[in-house]
Design a protein around this ligand. Structure first.
Ligand code: ZN
Length: 454
C-alpha cells in the first residue's frame, strides 16, 4: 500500500473558498473501525453469524451501541427521523451536507461486514473531520444509519431509505406481516415510528449535496481481478417476468415424438438462449430462477410450463433490448413446437446511475490509496440507489469479498483491504467536501424528480 501520495490538482477545487482542508492532517484510524466491527460482532452474533434483524431487540442493542460511539464525539447532534433512520450531524460553515450512509441491520445468520462496515467507516471519518476542523468543517457532515435495509423480517428491503426518497409503496408496505403474523405497522410502532408519517423522513435530504456509501461487493468480480477496491457505476435495472408456454397433455407411451405439443421443450430452449442474450448485452445477466410444469407426471407430455426470467443491466436501452430478444426467442420456440406463449411482468426497476463527478473522485481516491480502480455495476440494490433516486449526487465504493459471498456467516474481507477501504472512503469524503464547496451554485437536482438517474 502507498499512502500519502500528494493529491493531484483539480480545477474543480480552485474556486473553493472554504477548502482549507487540503493541507491539514487528519487522524483517521482504520484499525479502530475493524476493532469496532469485531466489538459489534461479539455483541450481536453467535456461532451462526450476525442477528441484527431490523426491529428486533438485538438490532435495538446494536443501535444503542452505535449511539454510544457517536455520543463520545463532541458537538455531534444525534436523532432518529420519522422512518427510524439514525442521523449523526456535525454542523459546518455551510448547511450543504455531505452524507455517508450504511445499515447496521443484518439478515439472520448474516456476516460481520454487510452494512455495518459502511456505517462504522462513516463514524471513523466523522471523527477525523471533527478533530481536523475542531468541530466546524466547511460543510455539514452527516452519518446516516438506515433502518431495515435488508427487509429480513417483513420481506421488504430498503425500508428506511425508500421512505426517505419518497419512493416507498405505502399500500404494499402497510399490509406486510412477519412469520408470526405481526404487522410491520405494529412492529415499528414499538420503536416510535408512525407508519403513516414515514415519508416525513424525506426532509432530511433538504441540504444533501452528496451521498457516499462503502459496501462489501458481495460478489466475486474484484476477487477474480485480485483488486481490493472498486468504483460502483450504479445499480442494475431489473426486468422480471413469468413466461408460460402451453401445449397439450398426451400419453407418454402412445404419442409419437412428431405429434407432441410439448410445453417444456419450448421452455427448455430458453435456457441456453438467455446465456446468448446476456453475452451479447456486454455486462448484463439473465437467470431462469424457477420452472413449474403441469400436469407434472412422467406419464404425460407437459401441457403447461411456467418459467420465471430475471434480466439485469446498467443501461436501460440495452435492458429493453435484452427483454425484446427474449420475447422474440420465446415466440420462435413456441412456433417451432406448436405451443403458445404468454408473458406477465412480475417486477421491474430502472437502472440507477451514480454521479459522474463522484465516480471520478472515487477512482482517484482508490488510486491515491495505492490500489488500481475498477469500475463495476452493482447487481444488488442498496440504500444508495434510493438516495440517488431522490436526486442526491451519489456514489458507492466496493471492497473485495473473500469467497465472493455474503448473507452468510462465512462472509469476510481481508483486514488489509478493510483498512484500505476506510482510507479510500475518507479520501473520497475529502474530495466530495471540496466539490460541494466549489459547487456553491451547483443546482441541486430536483428532489423526488423523476428521471434524473434513470
Ligand atoms: Zn448491505
Amino acid at each position: 500500500m502507498v499512502f500519502g501520495r500528494p493529491t493531484p490538482g483539480n480545477e474543480l477545487w480552485a474556486g473553493a473558498a472554504c477548502c482549507k482542508m487540503k493541507h491539514m492532517k487528519g487522524s483517521l484510524n482504520p484499525k479502530r473501525t475493524i476493532a469496532e466491527l469485531k466489538e459489534l460482532r461479539s455483541l450481536t452474533a453467535d456461532e451462526n453469524g450476525a442477528h441484527r434483524v431490523a426491529f428486533t431487540s438485538t438490532w435495538a442493542n446494536a443501535r444503542k451501541w452505535l449511539r454510544s460511539k457517536l455520543e463520545q464525539l463532541p458537538g455531534i447532534e444525534i436523532h432518529n427521523d420519522a422512518a427510524g433512520n439514525l442521523w449523526a450531524t456535525l454542523r459546518g460553515e455551510s448547511e450543504k451536507a455531505l452524507l455517508i450512509g450504511g445499515h447496521i441491520d443484518s439478515v439472520p445468520n448474516g456476516g460481520w461486514l454487510d452494512g455495518c462496515l459502511d456505517t462504522m467507516a462513516g463514524v471513523e471519518i466523522l471523527r477525523r473531520i471533527q478533530a481536523q476542523f475542531t468541530g466546524r468543517p466547511p460543510v455539514t457532515v452527516r452519518v446516516v444509519d438506515w433502518a431495515d435495509e435488508e427487509g429480513a423480517r417483513f420481506g421488504k428491503s430498503l425500508f428506511g431509505s425508500s421512505a426517505c426518497s419518497g419512493k416507498i409503496d405505502m399500500d404494499e408496505t402497510r399490509g406486510l406481516k412477519d412469520k408470526e403474523g405481526i404487522g410491520l405497522v405494529d412492529a415499528i410502532k414499538e420503536y416510535g415510528i408512525d407508519f403513516e408519517k414515514v415519508k416525513d423522513s424525506g426532509k432530511e435530504l433538504a441540504n444533501a449535496a452528496a451521498y457516499l456509501e462503502l459496501h462489501i461487493e458481495q460478489g466475486p468480480v474484484l476477487l477474480d481481478l485480485d483488486l481490493p477496491l472498486g468504483t460502483v457505476l450504479g445499480t442494475f435495472g431489473v426486468e422480471r417476468h413469468a413466461i408460460t408456454f402451453r401445449g397439450q397433455a398426451a400419453h407418454s407411451g402412445s404419442t409419437p415424438m412428431n405429434r407432441r405439443r410439448d410445453a417444456f421443450l419450448a421452455a427448455a430452449k430458453m435456457s441456453p438462449e438467455i446465456y446468448r442474450i446476456a453475452e451479447r448485452s456486454d455486462g448484463g445477466v439473465c437467470t431462469i430462477g424457477s420452472c413449474a410444469t403441469k400436469p407434472g407426471i412422467v406419464t404425460s407430455v407437459i401441457e403447461e410450463c411456467r418459467i420465471a426470467l430475471d434480466q439485469r443491466h446498467l443501461d436501460a436501452k440495452v435492458l429493453a433490448r435484452m427483454l425484446q430478444e427474449a420475447k422474440e426467442a420465446s415466440e420462435c420456440f413456441a412456433k417451432e413446437g406448436n405451443v403458445s406463449v404468454r408473458w406477465k411482468r412480475l417486477w421491474e426497476i430502472e437502472p440507477i446511475l451514480f454521479n459522474k463527478d463522484l465516480i471520478k473522485f472515487c477512482d482517484e481516491a482508490i488510486s491515491e490509496t495505492g490500489a488500481k480502480s475498477h469500475r463495476l455495476p452493482s447487481g444488488p440494490l442498496h440504500d444508495a440507489a434510493e438516495v440517488a433516486r431522490a436526486g442526491v449526487p451519489t456514489v458507492m465504493m466496493f471492497v473485495q469479498s473473500l469467497h465472493g459471498i455474503s448473507h452468510n456467516k462465512i462472509e469476510d474481507t481481508k483486514e488489509e483491504h478493510l483498512e484500505m477501504a476506510v482510507t479510500a472512503l475518507d479520501k473520497l469524503a475529502d474530495k466530495a467536501m471540496s466539490w460541494i464547496c466549489g459547487n456553491e451554485t451547483y443546482p441541486r437536482r430536483q428532489r423526488m424528480g423523476a428521471g434524473t438517474n434513470s
